[in-house]
Write a protein that binds this ligand. Structure first.
Ligand SMILES: Nc1ncnc2c1ncn2[C@@H]1O[C@H](COP(=O)(O)OP(=O)(O)OP(=O)(O)O)[C@@H](O)[C@H]1O
Ligand SMILES: O=C(O)C1=C[C@@H](O)[C@@H](O)[C@H](O)C1
Ligand SMILES: [Mg+2]
Length: 166
């Protein structure tokens, strides 16, 4: 099986939100690897990071992506850092992958001061800037399409993806 589309991008890009809208519009199931990891382990992601470390989380994430890519044919949202693993990038070859691009200001506004994102602890703006700088080339390398989300509502983003993949 191959997902109909895989959404990648940084925290606050809107992967989870837009995945839900696409699933509704297309009438297909939606999966999100962050939710899969929480369901499988019975733990929150922030607790996994704090108690077991990021490397352990990335191992769980690589396994969750492999399983979802193999068995899911709907919309699949990946965690923001999933594409850091080469094995995960390899799995995405041949699959429609949309990079939801977001600029620093919009990303900061969207993630707010929520505590559920362990990599943003400390100076949220500086942490997001570093992640965007590091990861943008990686998102671009796996993407078959890029959609800008700044100044677009989630519905507009979903509509643009539907146009691109029609
Ligand atoms: N295009 C948009 N315009 C304005 N707000 C948005 C947009 N997309 C998402 N949001 C809001 O930004 C917040 C983060 O969105 P979401 O959780 O979907 O991001 P994500 O990419 O899944 O992040 P993460 O990698 O942390 O899971 C939510 O409150 C959502 O409602
Ligand atoms: O960008 C990241 O590295 C992360 C994004 C979230 O989706 C979660 O997977 C987790 O908070 C790590
Ligand atoms: Mg999400």
């Amino acid at each position: 099986m191959t997902p109909r589309v895989v959404l990648v991008g940084p925290m606050g890009a809107g992967k989870t939100t837009v995945a839900g809208l696409l699933g509704e519009a297309w009438g297909v199931a939606v999966r999100d690897t962050d939710a899969d990891i929480e369901a499988t382990t019975g733990r929150e992601i922030s607790d996994i990071f704090v108690e077991s470390g990021e490397d352990h989380f990335r191992d769980l994430e690589a396994a969750a992506v492999a399983e979802a890519v193999a068995e899911h044919d709907g919309v699949l949202a990946l965690g923001g850092g999933a594409v850091l693993r080469a094995e995960t990038r390899d799995l995405l070859s041949g699959v429609p992958v949309v990079f939801l691009r977001v600029g620093l200001s919009d990303a900061v506004k969207r993630v707010g001061l929520g505590t559920g994102r362990p990599l943003l602890l400390g100076n949220v703006r500086a942490r997001i800037k570093a992640l965007l700088d590091e990861r943008t080339p990686v998102y671009e390398s796996v993407a078959t399409h890029v959609v800008d989300t700044d100044d677009r509502t989630p519905d507009e983003v979903a509509a643009r993806i539907r146009e691109l993949l029609a």
